[in-house]
Unconditional design. Structure first.
Length: 216
C-alpha cells in the first residue's frame, strides 16, 4: 500500500502535526508532501488534493482521507496492532472524548495563541476566554496523569496525544507555566524522537506567515 500524507508548513500547521505524529509514532512508512501555505500556489496545490482542499490529507493508494481525527481513526482501523487507542474500554472512551473535545473546542486558544514552533518567549494578553481554555487543558492533563500509568496521556502513545501535541507547543511558545500535576505529558512529548524531528524541520523552514506571528 502506498501511503502519502499532505501537510502544511511544519512551523504553523497544527492539524498537520496531529496526523503526521500519528503515522510517525505508529512507525508507518509514508511519503510526505509539504504544501507551503499562504503563497500564490497554495490554493492550486490544495485543490489538487480533492476533498476539502485543506491539509492534512492522507492517501492510501486511491483512497483519500481528510481531517486529522478521521485520519487517526483510519490509521487505527488499518493498523490495529499499533495500539493507537487504549485497550481498556473505559480508558478508550475517555481518550476519544478528550480528542473530540480538542477537535471541536478551544476556540480562544486556537485564535489567540496560534502554533508557532520557531517562536519562544512570546507574550499575549490572557483574556478570560483564553484563561478558561488553558485551565481546561491543565485539568485534562492532570486527570490523565493521575489516572493512568506511563508518561503519555493514557500510558502508551495514543491518538489523544497527537490531538494535544500542538497545545504543548503553544504553551511553550507563549511561556505558560504548568503545575507539576500536568507537566509530565508535555515533557515526554517534547523529548520524543518524532517531535524532535518535527521541530528541527520547522526550524529549517524559511516561510513567514505574518498573521500567525502573534505576541511580543
Amino acid at each position: 500500500m502506498h501511503v502519502e500524507l499532505a501537510i502544511g508548513n511544519k512551523n504553523y500547521s497544527s492539524w498537520s502535526l496531529r496526523a503526521w505524529l500519528v503515522l510517525r509514532q505508529a512507525d508507518i512508512e509514508f511519503t510526505e508532501r509539504r504544501i507551503v501555505l499562504d503563497v500564490a500556489d497554495t490554493q492550486r496545490e490544495l485543490a489538487s488534493l480533492g476533498a476539502a482542499s485543506r491539509v492534512p490529507v492522507l492517501k492510501l493508494d486511491d483512497e483519500t482521507i481528510w481531517d486529522s481525527l478521521a485520519i487517526g481513526e483510519t490509521v487505527n482501523d488499518r493498523w490495529p496492532d499499533r495500539g493507537l487507542w487504549p485497550t481498556d474500554p473505559k480508558a478508550r472512551a475517555h481518550a476519544r472524548s478528550i480528542s473530540a473535545e480538542m477537535h471541536s473546542g478551544f476556540a480562544a486558544l486556537r485564535g489567540q495563541m496560534p502554533m508557532n514552533c520557531r517562536a519562544m518567549g512570546r507574550k499575549v494578553v490572557l483574556t478570560d476566554e483564553l484563561t478558561a481554555d488553558i485551565d481546561r487543558v491543565i485539568a485534562i492533563w492532570t486527570e490523565c496523569q493521575q489516572r493512568y500509568d506511563g508518561e503519555w496521556l493514557f500510558g502508551a502513545f495514543s491518538i489523544a496525544d497527537a490531538m494535544y501535541a500542538p497545545v504543548v507547543l503553544r504553551l511553550r511558545t507563549y511561556g505558560i507555566n504548568l503545575p507539576q500535576s500536568a507537566a509530565r505529558y508535555p515533557d515526554r512529548l517534547l523529548r520524543s524522537r518524532a517531535m524532535q524531528e518535527w521541530l528541527a524541520a520547522a526550524e529549517c523552514e524559511s516561510e513567514v506567515i505574518e498573521r500567525e506571528e502573534v505576541g511580543q
